[in-house]
Design a binder for this molecule. Structure first.
Ligand SMILES: NC(=O)c1ccc[n+]([C@@H]2O[C@H](COP(=O)([O-])OP(=O)(O)OC[C@H]3O[C@@H](n4cnc5c(N)ncnc54)[C@H](O)[C@@H]3O)[C@@H](O)[C@H]2O)c1
Length: 268
């Protein structure tokens, strides 16, 4: 396999588990040194994917790359600066940033309930905004400035298919992911002269451990026959992310790629 990212340093937020972990694994397969991250050291254990961040990092390092693990809330600038210092000291400057941390997880830990526009609690609105929008913006502030100084880098923000159509419930989550898509365009406008590319991926429903453990899944959507009417595989999202972060996407900037098997076949 071509080691397209050999010599590059990649930081994936929310990569102790789920989609972020699949993305980190893919970059490591392609030769990148990888910094993984989660809210806490034991967050990867929540749905049984790894005992902790140390175990996840050791598994990634077995593919022959360097891997460091950092933890902390992406809504806390001090925590992000500490992550950046550790990654820089152990791996060097970050070439690729993937903002994957987030999700429809409210203040109490599960999905907000109620989760519609008129009834969702203010506490859940603030938690979702921290996890999906403020966190993404703060991580970009800390990690993109050194990219601008070096005149190179790539950012991929993970939004959602839910960002692209009106929906209830999941109103606040969907609105925040739409904001992530538009933030991607605005950041792209700002960084265009500096050679730092910024794009987004909007996954459709994808079979992460959290996804299958927090809902009643449709068995007909779980299998991968010829039909595209199914849930996505985490590796299918990871393939889109490495494409946008890599050299074959060198003139693609400010775009959002919907990776949902055609679930959202309309403009915008
Ligand atoms: N799985 C899907 O169907 C799907 C579809 C569309 C978009 N997404 C998006 O993909 C991303 C990953 O989702 P997933 O399915 O792997 O879920 P997941 O819950 O397994 O992963 C999310 C990760 O982000 C971390 N995180 C959340 N808030 C954080 C914060 N404030 N600070 C630090 N870490 C934080 C969590 O601890 C977790 O590790 C999310 O942004 C989600 O919105 C997922």
């Amino acid at each position: 396999m071509e080691k397209e990212f050999e010599g590059k340093v990649v930081f994936v937020t929310g990569s102790g588990r789920g989609l972020g972990r699949a993305i980190a694994d893919r970059f490591a397969e392609l030769g990148a040194d990888v910094a993984i991250h989660d809210l806490s050291w034991t967050s990867p254990a929540k749905y049984g994917e790894a005992a902790d961040l140390g175990e996840a990092a050791a598994a990634i390092a077995r593919s022959g790359v360097r891997c460091v693990a950092v933890e902390g809330n992406i809504g806390d600038r001090g925590a992000i600066e500490a992550m950046a210092a550790k990654i820089h000291a152990e791996l060097g400057p970050v070439d690729v940033l993937v903002n994957c941390a987030g999700g429809d997880i409210g203040a109490a830990g599960g999905k907000p309930n109620p989760n519609n526009a008129l009834d969702i609690s203010e506490e859940d609105i603030r938690t979702l905004t921290n996890n999906n929008l403020i966190g993404t913006m703060l991580v970009c502030q800390v990690f993109c400035k050194p990219m601008v100084e070096r005149g190179s880098g790539a950012v991929v923000n993970i939004a959602s298919a839910a960002a692209h159509f009106g929906t209830s419930p999941e109103v606040v989550y969907s609105s925040l992911k739409a904001a992530v898509v538009h933030y991607t365009r605005c950041l792209a406008a700002e960084l265009r002269p500096h050679g730092v590319r910024v794009n987004a991926v909007s996954p459709g429903p994808t079979k992460t451990a959290r996804f299958v453990n927090t809902r009643v899944v449709d068995p007909a959507m779980m299998t991968a026959g010829k039909s595209l009417v199914r849930y996505g595989e985490p590796a299918e999202i990871a393939d889109a992310v490495v494409f946008l972060a890599g050299p074959r996407a060198r003139f693609i900037h400010g775009q959002v790629l919907r990776v949902d098997g055609g679930m959202t076949l309309y403009a915008g």
